[in-house]
Write a protein that binds this ligand. Sequence first.
Ligand SMILES: Nc1ncnc2c1ncn2[C@@H]1O[C@H](COP(=O)(O)OP(=O)(O)OP(=O)(O)O)[C@@H](O)[C@H]1O
Ligand SMILES: [Mg+2]
Length: 277
Amino acid sequence: MSTDQGGGGTAGSLRSGPPIAPEEAAIGCRNVTKTFGRVTAVDDVDLAVRPGEWLSIVGPNGAGKTTLLNILNGFYDPDPGGEVFLDGEAVTDTPEHYRARAGLGRTFQGLELFEDEDVIENVMTVRAVTECPNLLSALLFYGAGRKTEAENMRRVEEILDYLELWEYRHSKIAGLPLGVRRRVDLARSLALEPDVLLLDEAMSGLTFDEKYDMIRFLSDLHEQEDLTLVMIEHDLEVVTAVSDRMVVLQKGGVLARGAPEAVTDDPEVARVYTGVD
Ligand SMILES: Nc1ncnc2c1ncn2[C@@H]1O[C@H](COP(=O)(O)OP(=O)(O)OP(=O)(O)O)[C@@H](O)[C@H]1O
Ligand SMILES: [Mg+2]
């Protein structure tokens, strides 16, 4: 069960296949461990996500899911010996903004939005900041004139329209329902036109209808834009319905991986989730 076997998914979306090496993956890692003092948050994890695949990461609270995502996107460095690959390139030593520009987007479990700014400003900021990761490039960026800003705005407007956020574009984040806020976070992650999107519990706390909307948007992006998705999610029903493959983390390590139906039938996985045999 712990081999990187292929797996099925929903009918017509069999994106998984034979195992591939992390170097060949849309996003991948090898021997990734992360310790914080005496806590081993991630313990020797290998991962290889195929281009166009929808992979779900599940596991109990504290299993290391968010830490793994933070290593993939460059927020944390892995412990020495760990490697991260993005679209065939070794990116272990590259900073977060480099990976964002190279096509890696992410959403945040705790929604890191600017509460006092409106929806458009929240999404525009991403494009401006990543265009200008430092002061010099910021000066050059703004020195380049308004045309780039106008182009950025047009793209942001397209994203807001696509995610049905247009009516909220001038609303401040504070006061918006959670479902809309999570969608703004998704809009921010799409602002840099990623090829791979890391989602950290993007449906957490949502109502049934809000969840349904989120799944609809993600499915469209996956099917129409061929976006590779790596999704941390607790709802196994959602995971089984949408994913090509899933990985179960427990105490930082990989407990099981494979086709969702096979993994969720695994008695060891059931035991971890329910605490009973
Ligand atoms: N910056 C940090 N400093 C110290 N310990 C950390 C840090 N980040 C995470 N940890 C610890 O690492 C372990 C894994 O945490 P992580 O947030 O990755 O788990 P998770 O699977 O995302 O959990 P949840 O489902 O609750 O979001 C936990 O024991 C956590 O306390
Ligand atoms: Mg987490």
